[in-house]
Design a protein around this ligand. Structure first.
Ligand SMILES: Nc1ncnc2c1ncn2[C@@H]1O[C@H](COP(=O)(O)OP(=O)(O)OP(=O)(O)O)[C@@H](O)[C@H]1O
Length: 298
């Protein structure tokens, strides 16, 4: 899905723009000096290892967390403003729902709190999972609760949908179904989606934009096609001098070593976020997966 499909609605617009954004907890910085712009209308995967700062970034955009440094604008407005609040929906990892409410009561609450509520969209997501509307939230399985939380986020008809690990507790069929709902929503309304996930296969199929963060910093951000063209994943045995010399002409984004070996590099981004694989001849193999930014052609 690309911005080209919505030339009039979103041309040139940023869904959000962050400059020098930082969040400091007592133990230290969770997010630091983060500058990032997500064009409107994109489905963006947010990836990185545990503790990288993904939830922190999403929380700041959703106005659940206060940044300690820098600035951020959501569709040009401060995250805490009425304008940004109306246009943003956030599905957090803990999927906060009222346990004593029935599903119908949760949906009614969504309707009362949101002027642009789409009852039909929300109910259809719940019904597709065969969840009785009179069931209490406390009696639902984890996956069923996720579905209800999804319905509440969709029912708001947001322009920016922030999803923190939305698929983690769903079975593959339900993941596929909700991804299809997501894609249909984006196709119909041009909704911008920022979605953190460790399920890279899910992201690979739907995202057209990618942000990789680790240790609180943005390592890589951009159009998936451009990233794939500019990067290669090498996997092989120990590198010899010739291979190392060849690699030195490129920027190594990350390298990892198999069990029992000491790491050659400690930049902890996920290599499979850059899935272009290159087979290297045995003489040039390295001991670790290496993600390489190709040297630009002259
Ligand atoms: N409320 C908090 N108080 C103190 N430290 C926190 C708090 N929330 C997060 N952190 C720390 O901030 C860092 C980033 O956490 P965050 O939850 O943003 O990472 P994440 O990329 O979402 O991780 P995961 O993939 O495990 O969900 C971590 O080191 C975490 O321990």
């Amino acid at each position: 899905m690309s911005l080209d499909m919505y030339p009039d609605a979103f041309a040139g617009q940023a869904a959000f723009e962050a400059h020098g954004l930082g969040k400091r907890y007592r133990r230290g910085w969770a997010l630091r000096n983060c500058s990032l712009r997500l064009p409107a209308g994109r489905i963006c995967g947010l990836v990185g290892p545990n503790g990288a700062g993904k939830s922190t970034l999403l929380g700041i955009l959703a106005d659940v967390l206060e940044p300690s440094a820098g600035t951020v604008r959501v569709f040009g407005a401060a995250p805490g403003s009425e304008e940004a609040g109306h246009r943003t929906a956030f599905l957090s990892q803990d999927k906060p729902l009222f346990r004593r409410f029935t599903v119908a009561e949760m949906l009614r609450l969504g309707q009362e709190l949101n002027p642009q509520w789409d009852a039909a969209a929300a109910e259809s997501i719940v019904r597709a999972g065969d969840i009785p509307l009179n069931a209490r939230i406390a009696t639902l399985s984890g996956g069923q609760r996720t579905r209800v939380a999804f319905a509440l986020a969709f029912g708001r008809r947001p322009d920016l949908l922030l999803l923190d690990e939305p698929m983690a507790d769903l079975d593959p069929l339900v993941r596929h179904e909700l991804m299809s709902v997501l894609m249909a929503e984006v196709a119909e309304r041009g909704t911008t989606v920022l979605m953190s996930s460790h399920l890279l296969a899910d992201l690979e199929n739907v995202c057209d934009y990618l942000v990789v963060i680790s240790s609180g910093g943005v390592r890589l951000a951009g159009d998936v096609d451009e990233i794939l063209t500019a990067h290669t994943l090498l996997i092989g045995a120990e590198a010899n001098a010739g291979a190392r010399a060849e690699l030195s002409r490129h920027t190594v984004v990350e390298s990892r070593v198999g069990a029992g070996r000491s790491p050659r590099s400690s930049v902890p981004t996920a290599p499979s976020t850059v899935p272009g694989r290159l087979r290297v001849p045995p003489s040039k193999r390295s001991s670790s997966p290496i993600c390489v930014r190709r040297t630009p052609r002259p």
